[in-house]
Design a protein around this ligand. Sequence first.
Ligand SMILES: NC(=O)C1=CN([C@@H]2O[C@H](COP(=O)(O)OP(=O)(O)OC[C@H]3O[C@@H](n4cnc5c(N)ncnc54)[C@H](OP(=O)(O)O)[C@@H]3O)[C@@H](O)[C@H]2O)C=CC1
Ligand SMILES: O=C(O)C(=O)Cc1ccc(O)cc1
Length: 439
Amino acid sequence: MAAATPPDMENFVVGLIGMGDMGKMYARRLSTAGWRVMACDREEKYDDLVKEFPENSNVQILRNGHLVSRASNYIIYSVEAAAIGRVVSQFGPSTKLGAIVGGQTSCKDPEIKAFEEYLPSDVDIVSCHSLHGPSVDSRGQPLVLIKHRASDESFARVETVLRCLGSTHVYLTAKEHDRITADTQAVTHAAFLSMGKAWHATKQFPWEGARYVGGIENVKINLMLRIYAQKWHVYAGLAILNPEAHKQINQFAKSTTELYHLMLEGRRDELRDRVYAAKEKVFGAEGNPKWAAQPLLRDDVLDRFSLGKRPDSPPLPNNHLSLLAMVDCWSALGIVPYDHMICSTPLFRLWLGVTEHVYRTPGLLDECLRVGLDDNTFRRDDLHFTIAACGWAECVALRQFETWRERFAVTQKFFEPRFAGAMEVGNAMIKSVLESSKE
Ligand SMILES: NC(=O)C1=CN([C@@H]2O[C@H](COP(=O)(O)OP(=O)(O)OC[C@H]3O[C@@H](n4cnc5c(N)ncnc54)[C@H](OP(=O)(O)O)[C@@H]3O)[C@@H](O)[C@H]2O)C=CC1
Ligand SMILES: O=C(O)C(=O)Cc1ccc(O)cc1
């Protein structure tokens, strides 16, 4: 039993259906805090899970979701977003009378629909979403809590259980959650997925050679690799199944294409006017900025996290099409990214941090425009980035899970040899950036 357990929760059992990366992380953290956990994955994984979680671990492995559902007071579904309907239809009717049910999927629209359709009416619904990957320390990270259909007592019980994660609780509706995470997750990932595709198409490992050097490039490279090292379904699910994400990913592709055309055709004034108008809308006017007094990121911190050897020559100036397109997209949709920090992942904070860096460092934005118009060094990479951004957008709009998986898998294979090193450097970079931003 957890140290600060209220008397009415002494025999409280937390159930976990889905013991993949996130399910296991929750099982470990909750059981370490003293909560009794009952968990399952697919029946064929039972024996392996029993070996991984021996009897003395406070995590009891059961054969299937029926057994977990009938014995638990609070059940968390931690399965693939695309599978949530099927899995809840299977086990939902076995839910213990008066229990609380929630889900950990990254997109709440299908999850809530599944709960409403398949759970008995005496069951309360409180969903959650930890806005970080399984290898990140949960302390201080946002944890979204959605009191969808629940008494105050049930909601308080969920908070009592999840408090051991040490995360910052954020209270939202399912719709608010999906609208904000469409930005902090889906469209952010679309940018990194497109970078990976562009480097793959041009057969480059960007950390080799002198084209992609320095703090901003380190963030692009490390986060791109971090995403391609993960399971495809997490990223496909949160983009394709989130109704709010389609519009944003589509606008990102449109912004990328239109800015690329302006650069290619040398339309200097139009490009400059558009980029500066977007800057003002997103980051505020001169003398009245929306960014804080201190930049989100310190350049010297990022400079340390290079995957390659540092060449002696200075970094090549880049036009940073991906960052210009991101700000153009936010501007077109009326999004102020700082308002979304409540649902920020470490990845989003780094992404916003480098974007802010380009827009607030004197001279850097003008350098981007100059390179975009007068310098062909990145023209070919930008072409492939633009094609990739449009490809992801089309795939999402048409809800093509299988095509999405194949697009992801070929590029994952290309970068695979460097994943182990990249995860290490990426974790160190995230840790260091999070620590330096607390200073
Ligand atoms: N990874 C991340 O960084 C984060 C992920 N999330 C969300 O959490 C959820 C889980 O993600 P994650 O743990 O990474 O994914 P995983 O693929 O590692 O885990 C999902 C697990 O659920 C299992 N599963 C599928 N169907 C059933 C079933 N009928 N009964 C029991 N288990 C089943 C899967 O088995 P099988 O593989 O055989 O299908 C798999 O082991 C996703 O919805 C994701 O969007 C949220 C925050 C962060
Ligand atoms: O930080 C990110 O965006 C990640 O890639 C990790 C992640 C993936 C899915 C989630 O629902 C939450 C966090």
